[in-house]
Design a binder for this molecule. Structure first.
Ligand code: GLN
Length: 244
């Protein structure tokens, strides 16, 4: 059910972040090891987002499997950033396989990814959707649970800092739609904020960089598994894991 990652650290090429480690996101697109309920491969598209020099998040997404897109090795090797998010998708049954349904979703300095499913979507989110301005609803990027959560999160980001916004939205969706699988990941160029609700999540930290990923990207001992129903704030030199 989708896999995602976030990186904050010294400038690296986007391609290296996505493909450069033994169990990279590219490997996880065709050979994930911890998919839990549902899905065997993540072949319904992928996306990458990175902080540009002006601080805004820029993204590249494609509805094709990551391993078929030459842009990963031809183009994304030429783009470097200190903050990168990546996602590979296994579409939830009934949701469309289109480019715009792929995470990361970006707006200003933020990039967002969702690994999981909102139970009983869209009815379960109807009351929450009332908070979303009509113009945002009418321009929803894709008719999917993840795009709806992103629209809700954008509202929260106008009112709160990123950590509080993500936590508020995760809690609200979790109570509106019990039994949802809500692994959210938000990056703002300097820090990564993530939830683990049902799906696997790990975090890596050393003196130089911090990474959050559905599955550890390599076999270094610095990876720590995040317990279910946790909220993670990760910045260089400081990882904080709390109960959601
Ligand atoms: N439900 C989301 C979608 O279909 C995410 C899918 C997933 O995590 N497998 O886009």
């Amino acid at each position: 059910m989708c896999r995602h990652l976030g990186y904050v650290g010294p400038p690296r090429s986007v391609a290296e972040v996505l493909t450069g480690q033994p169990h990279s996101l590219l490997t996880q697109s065709y050979a994930p090891t911890d998919m839990r309920r549902g899905g065997t491969v993540n072949a319904d598209g992928f996306g990458a987002a990175w902080s540009a020099p002006d601080g805004s998040m820029v993204s590249y997404r494609n509805a094709m499997p990551m391993w078929t897109d030459p842009a990963v090795t031809d183009v994304l090797t030429q783009v470097t950033s200190t903050c990168v998010l990546g996602a590979v998708r296994s579409a939830t049954v009934g949701m469309p396989i289109v480019r715009t349904a792929n995470a990361p979703f970006v707006d200003g300095r933020f990039a967002f990814s969702h690994n999981g499913v909102v139970a009983e979507w869209p009815t379960s989110m109807a009351a929450l959707a009332a908070q979303i301005p009509t113009e945002d609803l009418m321009t929803l990027e894709a008719p999917t649970d993840s795009a709806s959560v992103w629209a809700l999160l954008k509202v929260a980001l106008r009112e709160h800092g990123p950590g509080r916004a993500l936590r508020t939205v995760a809690t609200a969706v979790d109570s509106a739609a019990p039994n949802s699988r809500l692994n959210f990941l938000l990056g703002d160029g300097e820090a990564l904020y993530a939830t683990a609700v049902y799906h696997s999540l790990s975090v890596y930290s050393d003196d130089e960089c911090v990474m959050v990923a559905s599955e550890p990207l390599d076999f270094r001992p610095g990876w720590q598994s995040v317990p279910n129903r946790s909220f993670v704030t990760a910045r260089i030199g400081n990882v904080d894991v709390q109960d959601l």
